[in-house]
Design a protein around this ligand. Structure first.
Ligand SMILES: N[C@@H](CCC(=O)N[C@@H](CS)C(=O)NCC(=O)O)C(=O)O
Length: 212
């Protein structure tokens, strides 16, 4: 069975959403990000993942896959009929990768990650200054679209949904971008997305010293 190492409401939420949208069973293993402890057996997460970061997907053959963009596409490709990713060769596949990279680099690492992990000694001013320009891109794109790519929900939507959810605790009010706020509401109306968030929010309450 697939296994997903995750931490409640971390970027691994997108992988949980993808697995659930694909109807794939998985064993979900909680990682405490600050202590790097795997909660169910007290083992050291760094033995599984030297990067020390979630998500990690353990494949059926035992190999471990990291990096959200890769994990999300792998999950989507296990169930191509769900349309969670355009098929290889479809030009929209590159649009999907474009959005996965954008969310991972320009939103997650550019300002979500520093906001959650670094003490604000003034060093967050520059990452924060980038937020309006960065968010104006998906905001304009979604002004007349329901989804990021094509006409259906893809793993890029799972990734962006997670990032938008974390903006509020990061102190960013997304109602400044009405199309993003409306998009987030739409995504949260999806039963799977709602269930995934509820599961992880409940778990998060049991791990107060965890991050992100
Ligand atoms: N580039 C990676 C980033 C993964 C990442 O930074 N995960 C965070 C949680 S959102 C994490 O586990 N951080 C713990 C750490 O870096 O020590 C990806 O997109 O999957």
């Amino acid at each position: 069975m697939l296994q997903l190492y995750f931490s409640p409401m971390a970027c691994s939420l997108a992988s949980r959403i993808a697995l659930m949208e694909a109807g794939l069973e998985a064993r979900y293993r909680v990682v405490h990000l600050r202590t790097k402890q795997v909660v169910d057996d007290d083992s050291d997460f760094r033995d599984v993942a030297p990067k020390g970061a979630v998500p990690v997907l353990v494949l059926e053959n035992g190999e471990r896959l990291t990096e959200s963009a890769a994990v999300l596409q792998y999950i989507a490709d296990l169930k191509p009929e769900t349309g969670l990713a355009p098929r290889l060769g479809d030009p929209d596949r590159y649009r999907l990768q474009e959005w996965l990279s954008f969310v991972g680099a320009e939103i997650h690492k550019a300002f979500l990650f520093p906001t959650f992990w670094y003490k604000d000694d003034g060093s967050l001013a520059k990452p924060r200054a980038r937020i309006p320009q960065t968010l104006s891109v998906p905001s304009a794109h979604l002004a007349d679209r329901e989804f990021l790519v094509g006409n259906g929900f893809t793993v890029a939507d799972a990734h962006l949904t997670w990032a938008l959810l974390l903006l509020r605790p990061a102190g960013v009010d997304i109602t400044q971008w009405p199309s993003l706020a409306a998009y987030l509401e739409r995504m949260q109306e999806r039963p799977v997305v709602r269930e995934a968030i509820a599961t992880e929010m409940a778990l998060r309450k049991t791990m107060p010293a965890n991050a992100a």
